[in-house]
Design a protein around this ligand. Structure first.
Ligand SMILES: *Cc1c(COP(=O)(O)O)cnc(C)c1O
Length: 385
């Protein structure tokens, strides 16, 4: 089976992790800040807080922005459930904004309309979580303008998008958001096994997130409410968690970051090659917005149902049977039973729902060979035509 995504691990990666294993620190050592600096340098952020997953990063990002009981958080329905769950962890209410039919990111028009209505109803969101689907940035400038006009905060879910650019600058510089979150799960662009990071330009947000990552405790006298009792003293200032990343993971992350631009370059080359290999198939190829240079975490096709006699389910089945590890990103979150039980229903976000009946992610990963890519293209042609 050619997988839809997989990690790339070299002997340098293995050496880096081995060295961490032999060092004095398996956790809370120097590898974590080194990884935070490497990511911040690459994306143009001032502060990074490494954690054990992007899910944890989204949770502490929401808390740092004051999300709690009665708050409202909006995100895209076409995302992994974690983008919405983070708000529920805080006791907040979640709502969704339908997607754009071309980019599959949340629609600026739908967002604007929903904000105008919410303003009249007195139900404006406190935080918006735009998701950069497949590695292509949302139109962040438009979102930042709306954030100013309607007074809400912005967390970019860039789980797919480390290494991507928006308007010529790296995703993660937070010029148009408060916090940006990355995931380092093995299918994403770089990996630490499990892992995530929240980056920001705001030192206070960074300090709060760093505290929440480790039980709500600080050891920095400058951040304490009173003089330390002695050198042993630490202070719990709020209810935090153990969301720490280990030094083993961070060492792998530092090593992976050295190949970030190589990863992105190869993903872009593979995507370019797919555009020419697949141009005559009865599918819609990914749309590339002019403001964005995608990290190409995913290559998503949409079958054209009018031109294909098979159902999406049949196409999917035949591709997998032929050894092509296709996937579907994503089942619209509002259709999950857990969310349906909270009042959402089919028909709420029709563009996302239609997308779900046509989308297929085909294999794309660092280390994928041209031969594997040709196989994918040939099998697609056999199945679709
Ligand atoms: C993978 C992913 C997450 C969660 O990342 P973890 O590191 O696995 O917690 C969140 N949002 C999106 C869009 C993702 O793809």
């Amino acid at each position: 089976m050619i997988p839809y995504g997989r990690q790339n691990i070299t002997s340098e990666d293995i050496k880096a992790v081995t060295e961490a294993l032999q060092s004095d620190f398996l956790t809370q050592g120097p590898a974590v800040p080194a990884f935070e600096s490497a990511v911040c340098d690459a994306v143009g952020a001032a502060f990074g807080v490494a954690v054990n997953s992007a899910t944890s990063a989204l949770h502490i990002a929401c808390l740092a922005l004051g999300i709690g009981r009665g708050s409202r958080v909006w995100t895209s329905p076409v995302t992994f459930v974690a983008s919405a769950n983070c708000a529920l962890y805080c006791g907040a209410d979640v709502d969704f904004v339908d997607i754009d039919s071309q980019t599959y990111n949340l629609s600026i028009e739908a967002l604007t309309e929903k904000l105008v209505e919410a303003e009249q109803a007195g139900t404006l969101p406190d935080v918006l979580i735009p998701v950069h689907l497949a590695g292509q940035s949302c139109d962040m400038k438009a979102i930042a303008d709306l954030a100013k006009r309607f007074n809400f905060k912005v967390i970019e879910d860039a789980s797919h998008a480390i290494g991507a650019d928006y308007a010529g600058l790296p995703v993660g510089n937070c010029r148009y958001s408060d916090i940006t979150v990355f995931s380092f799960h093995p299918v994403k662009i770089i990996t630490t096994g499990e892992g995530g990071m929240a980056v920001t330009q705001d030192e206070e947000l960074a300090n709060t997130m760093a505290r929440l990552r480790s039980h709500g405790i600080t050891r920095d006298p400058a951040l304490m409410t009173r003089e330390p009792d002695g050198d042993w003293y630490y202070q719990q200032q709020e209810l935090g968690f153990n969301y720490r990343m280990t030094d083993l993971q961070a060492a792998l992350g530092v090593s992976q970051m050295q190949r970030l631009s190589q990863f992105i370059e190869q993903r872009r080359a593979l995507a370019e090659r797919y555009f020419s290999l697949l141009s005559s198939l009865p599918v819609t190829l990914p749309y590339q917005a002019e403001w964005s240079a995608s990290a190409w975490h995913l290559y998503i096709l949409r079958i054209k149902p009018d031109l294909i006699e098979k159902s999406q389910k049949q196409v999917f089945k035949e591709l997998r049977e032929a050894g092509i590890g296709v996937n579907l990103h994503y089942i619209p979150v509002h259709l999950q039973p857990y969310y349906a039980a909270r009042g959402f229903a089919m028909g709420d976000f029709p563009v996302a729902e239609k997308y779900y009946t046509e989308a297929i992610s085909i294999p794309l990963f660092h280390g994928m060979t041209e031969e594997q890519q040709n196989t994918v293209a040939n099998v697609l042609e056999d199945v679709l035509i």
